[in-house]
Design a protein around this ligand. Structure first.
Ligand SMILES: *[C@@H]1O[C@H](CO)[C@@H](O)[C@H](O)[C@H]1NC(C)=O
Ligand SMILES: *[C@@H]1O[C@H](CO)[C@@H](O)[C@H](O)[C@H]1NC(C)=O
Ligand SMILES: *[C@@H]1O[C@H](CO)[C@@H](O)[C@H](O)[C@H]1NC(C)=O
Ligand SMILES: *[C@@H]1O[C@H](CO)[C@@H](O)[C@H](O)[C@H]1NC(C)=O
Length: 402
């Protein structure tokens, strides 16, 4: 920049072959002009001012050129402020305008405005020129990650591509932090390649596309490596106590979650759950339980079986208990009936014979008391076989009566 600024002045110096003049020109140039872009990073469709700085003294005339040389073919315009005169050059375009302080304004920037611009300024006795590079940036367009492999399996190759435009820089992140080492990025960082994916590559990937004026971070792309099934097993008790619940669980390492199928004694069942639950195990549940798992992505299946026994210590089944209880109750009831019947027979046939000598028409209760009294009064009765029986029956009867 500095070298360019001085070049014109040096040429002048060489032509004159005078050190003093040369120095004076040098020093004048040392105040040298510059061009500042306002804004610093011009954006497409907006405007920019190429503001000339460092001008000392009154500007006699100035010219702007498209390109990096002062060449009539490149001229945009030439301005003589004191005369209010503007001469458009071959590179003139209506979006270009000038200010009295020598600055150039370009409105409605388009990408093709990008390039070098040179200003030539004459103030008093001296001239100066400066070239500036105008960049016209476009905001980056949305960045989106796409993948070549929607359902990647272990050891496959996976490529993630960040689709975006106008980006000057693309950065990738995994789970919010910079990429772990060992991954391959293309020169422009647009593609991220896993030559052989593994489960450790699982994660959320994002790409951040940026340029000087904008930055867009993509939505995350979740990489999930499909694998398995592996480590299939059925967990649960191999020996279940009769009447207790029985729970078998089939599990395997697998992504995605596998489908489950169960067999009992090699017969396929409807059950498509990883759990097999039986509320109360009986001898019917003894046998082989087989679980088959299938991974829908890897198309791999695994199968395993276990043999479950149900404890033979079945308590007397409920039916036996009922029958036993019935027998016991039946016996008791039978005894009671026999006793009652005996007593009634006794009362019906034996008592009336004995009571024929006593009062008639007395109610059974009275008769009963009579018997009792008689018995108590005369324990040495003749009807010995009946004595004990009568005695106890009578107590039982009176208990019932009371
Ligand atoms: C020149 O004038 C323009 C318009 O008024 C202004 O934006 C710019 O800052 C000026 N440049 C300098 C160096 O003063
Ligand atoms: C601008 O000028 C510089 C130096 O003269 C040159 O290296 C560069 O290629 C030019 N750029 C354009 C876009 O013309
Ligand atoms: C590419 O990414 C690396 C870091 O992963 C970064 O240092 C570099 O600047 C990026 N290059 C481009 C062109 O985006
Ligand atoms: C299942 O098979 C086992 C072993 O062959 C057998 O003991 C059991 O009775 C069978 N169970 C049923 C319900 O068929």
């Amino acid at each position: 920049m500095a070298r360019e600024k001085v070049t014109g002045a040096q040429t002048l110096c060489m032509r004159r072959y005078l050190l003093t003049v040369c120095l004076s020109v040098w020093m004048d140039s040392a105040h040298g002009i510059g061009v500042q872009l306002i804004p610093q990073y011009p954006v497409v469709s907006q405007s920019v001012t190429l503001s000339v700085t460092g001008v000392t003294g009154t500007i006699r005339q100035f010219s702007w050129y498209k390109g990096s040389s002062v060449d009539a073919n490149n001229q945009i315009f030439n301005v003589i402020p004191s005369l209010n005169s503007v001469t458009n050059g071959r590179q003139y375009f209506p979006r270009a305008s000038h200010f009295p302080n020598g600055s150039l304004q370009i409105s409605g920037l388009v990408p093709t405005d990008q390039g070098n611009y040179t200003v030539f300024i004459q103030t008093g006795e001296t001239t100066a020129q400066h070239t500036v590079l105008l960049t016209v940036d476009e905001p980056v367009t949305s960045s989106v990650i796409s993948t070549n492999n929607k359902e990647p399996q272990e050891n496959e190759k996976v490529t993630l591509t960040c689709s975006t435009n106008n980006a000057e820089k693309i950065l990738w992140s995994k789970n919010g932090v910079s990429l772990p080492p060992g991954l391959i990025l293309s020169a422009d960082n647009k593609t991220l390649t896993f030559s052989s994916v593994s489960r450790s590559d699982n994660g959320q990937y994002r790409c951040e596309a940026s340029n000087t004026i904008s930055k867009i971070i993509s939505d995350p792309n979740t990489l999930t490596i499909n694998y398995g099934p592996q480590n299939l097993k059925i967990t649960g008790s191999l020996q279940v106590t009769y009447g207790n619940p029985m729970l078998l669980e089939c599990s395997a390492d697998s992504v995605p979650t596998p489908t489950y199928q169960w067999k009992f004694n090699w017969t396929l069942l409807e059950l498509q759950n990883n759990l097999w639950h039986i509320q109360q195990a009986t001898s019917k549940n003894v046998g082989y339980y087989t679980c088959t798992v299938t991974n829908s992505v890897t198309k791999l299946s695994l199968e395993t079986s276990i043999y479950v026994t149900v404890n033979n210590f079945e308590p007397l089944s409920d039916n036996y208990a009922v029958i036993l209880a019935a027998i016991v109750c039946g016996c008791i009831l039978g005894s009671v009936l026999i006793i009652c019947a005996t007593f009634l027979l006794y009362k019906r046939y034996v008592v009336p014979l004995k009571g024929q000598s006593g009062d008639r028409g007395e109610d059974p209760y009275q008769i009963y008391h009579n018997i009792s009294n008689t018995l108590v009064a005369h324990p040495e009765k003749e009807e010995t076989p009946y004595v004990g029986l009568d005695y106890s029956s009578q107590n039982m009867y009176s208990d019932l009566k009371l």
